[in-house]
Ligand binder design. Structure first.
Ligand code: HBI
Ligand code: FE
Length: 288
């Protein structure tokens, strides 16, 4: 989710460690929390086969956390064996520097609190359902896991270069709201989409939004909104495309973009490679 300041946020930041981590006090979750978790999980799990990418579907099937809010340390045993990542419990949104520092060291921050029943359909800040259901399954995919570590390292560099806003757009349009081409059509891999009851079908089936071929500089120059469905989604061909795009040093990219006005979220450029909507059978391949 997009970073905000750590002021007037929901979480309890009082007892956290210097690296912004806290304990996940699993016994503090109520039966109502676990019941809400099961409802959220059931809703999303029913949509996943039709709208999620294959890597997410397979990873979700290998995990088993539909019955109650998961214990992070139990998942860490499996996750660290799979890709060397582990989950760290946090009170909520972190300052960019702390967040990047965790990603750069293969630690994924997962919020410990769960939304209220009244937020079943929409929540502003990431809660444990968004972070866990949306982000954790793809941490088991080797290439995506490498991309996320590279992103974290790039974030630390971006801080030094004052380029956080551009790099946050990359996170937003890939890790949070990314789409991927598959033989069966366009599917979702972004956590913000996969944890959303409405946006998951919308991003694949609707004719409204733009679906634009992945283009790193284009993305880093495109603003996003945090409280509506996306007006544009960016589509990769495979996770390796993400990893390779973030391999080079971004310094020249930031220099190239400095001073250039950002694009509005719904703008379409003549240079954009547009994809068809993802519904029904295989969508025609995007123009290369
Ligand atoms: N903190 N806990 C948490 N989770 C996020 O997804 C997150 C964050 N802080 C900043 C942030 N995301 C984005 O601004 C990144 O692009 C930095
Ligand atoms: Fe997120």
């Amino acid at each position: 989710m997009a970073g905000e300041t750590t002021h007037n946020l929901r979480g309890d930041y009082s007892g956290m460690r210097p690296d912004y981590t806290v304990e996940q006090v699993w016994s503090a979750y109520t039966p109502e929390d676990h019941a809400l978790w099961r409802r959220l999980y059931a809703r999303q799990a029913a949509l996943v086969p039709r709208y999620a990418c294959r890597e997410f579907i397979d990873s979700l099937a290998a995990l088993d956390f539909g019955d109650a809010i998961p214990r992070f340390d139990a998942v860490n045993a499996k996750l660290s064996a799979a890709t060397g990542w582990r989950l760290v419990a946090v009170p909520g949104l972190l300052p960019d520097a702390a967040f990047f520092g965790h990603l750069a060291n293969r630690r994924f921050p997962v919020t410990v609190w769960l939304r209220s029943p009244g937020e079943f359909d929409y929540i502003v800040e990431p809660d444990v359902f968004h972070d866990f259901f949306g982000h954790v399954p793809l941490l088991f995919d080797a290439v995506f896991a490498d991309y996320l570590e590279a992103y974290g390292k790039g974030g630390i560099k971006a801080q030094e270069l004052g380029a956080i806003e551009m790099l946050s757009r990359l996170y937003w349009y890939t890790v949070e709201f990314g789409l991927i081409e598959t033989p069966a059509g366009i599917r979702a891999y972004g956590a913000g989409i996969l944890s959303s009851g409405g946006e998951l079908p919308y991003c694949v089936d609707s004719d409204e939004p733009n679906r634009i071929g992945f283009d790193l500089l284009r993305i880093m120059r495109t603003r996003y909104k945090i409280d509506t469905y996306q007006e544009s989604y960016f589509v990769i061909r495979e996770f390796r495309e993400l990893f390779e795009a973030t391999a080079p040093d971004f310094t020249p990219y930031y220099a190239q973009l400095a001073g250039r006005a950002p694009y509005a979220p719904g703008e379409v450029l003549p240079s954009d490679r547009l994809a068809k909507k993802g519904g029904g059978g295989a969508s025609p391949p995007m123009p290369s």
